[in-house]
Design a protein around this ligand. Structure first.
Ligand code: DX5
Ligand code: ZN
Length: 228
């Protein structure tokens, strides 16, 4: 089980220190939300900021979520900025396949994200080519939104396919994740939990990360048998 605090919920004036706080708190990954003002109605930050954060959290896995219309112009800059994984959206349509190969060629892990209104069947052709499937549990663009329960069947479907096809991709959830919704997602088959507001909002991040980890580990003991 991977706990990935989302930096979007941290104070932007202190991104470096907050990333360091996440590392010291025992988080596995740091989730970095990149928004271009086109794919989503908001702008966040770019490769220079990610590169500047790295020295503050040298060991954390950087999970870069590209909510961008033209990710192809950003892949190399984010690879140089020390991204460990880059996630693109299935809603980009015919570009998806070539974007996946570009990310692989840069030596980085590949994630594929899907928005709440998009049918889960759209990810099927890519499942054997990705390291992670990110099921958005809110409409992307802003932190602090309420979890959309209608996304739970998509997580279950992703888990069924993973089992049937014996594929190794992770199933990540992002948006409105707190201890309660994380447990629901874990029961549905998720193993990677992105949480902004519910983690960075805590004074004691270490105990918040530990508590979420304990809850998701206990939510579905059957998952422990899967080598993921
Ligand atoms: C939403 C982003 C999320 C966001 C989650 O567009 O992709 O990663 O940071 O924030 P919370 O956990 O506050 O819903
Ligand atoms: Zn995200």
């Amino acid at each position: 089980m991977i706990i990935a605090p989302s930096l979007l919920a941290a104070n932007p004036a202190r991104f470096g220190r907050e990333a360091g706080r996440a590392e010291r708190a025992g988080a596995d990954w740091l989730h970095l939300d990149i928004m271009d003002g086109l794919f989503v109605p908001n702008i966040s930050f770019g490769p220079a900021v990610v590169a500047a954060i790295r020295p503050h959290a040298k060991k954390l896995f950087f999970d870069v979520h590209l909510m961008c219309s033209k990710p192809e112009i950003l892949l190399e800059p984010f690879a140089k900025a020390s991204a460990d994984e880059m996630i693109i959206h299935v809603e980009l349509g015919e570009q998806v396949e070539s974007l996946i190969w570009k990310i692989k060629n840069l030596g980085k892990k590949v994630g594929l994200a899907i928005n709440p209104p998009t049918p889960i069947s759209l990810v099927l052709p890519f499942l054997d080519k990705i390291d992670l499937l990110l099921v958005m549990t809110v409409n992307p663009g802003f932190g602090g939104q309420e979890f959309i329960h209608e996304t739970l069947p998509k997580i279950q479907q992703a888990e069924t396919w993973r089992r049937e096809k014996k594929l190794p991709y992770r199933i990540s959830v992002d948006g409105g994740i707190n201890n309660q919704t994380a447990a629901e997602c874990a029961r549905a088959g998720a193993d990677t939990f992105v949480a902004g507001t519910s983690l960075f909002g805590q004074r004691n991040l270490k105990s918040a990360v530990a508590k979420m980890r304990k809850i998701v580990n206990g939510a579905d003991p059957g998952l422990a048998d899967l080598a993921i």
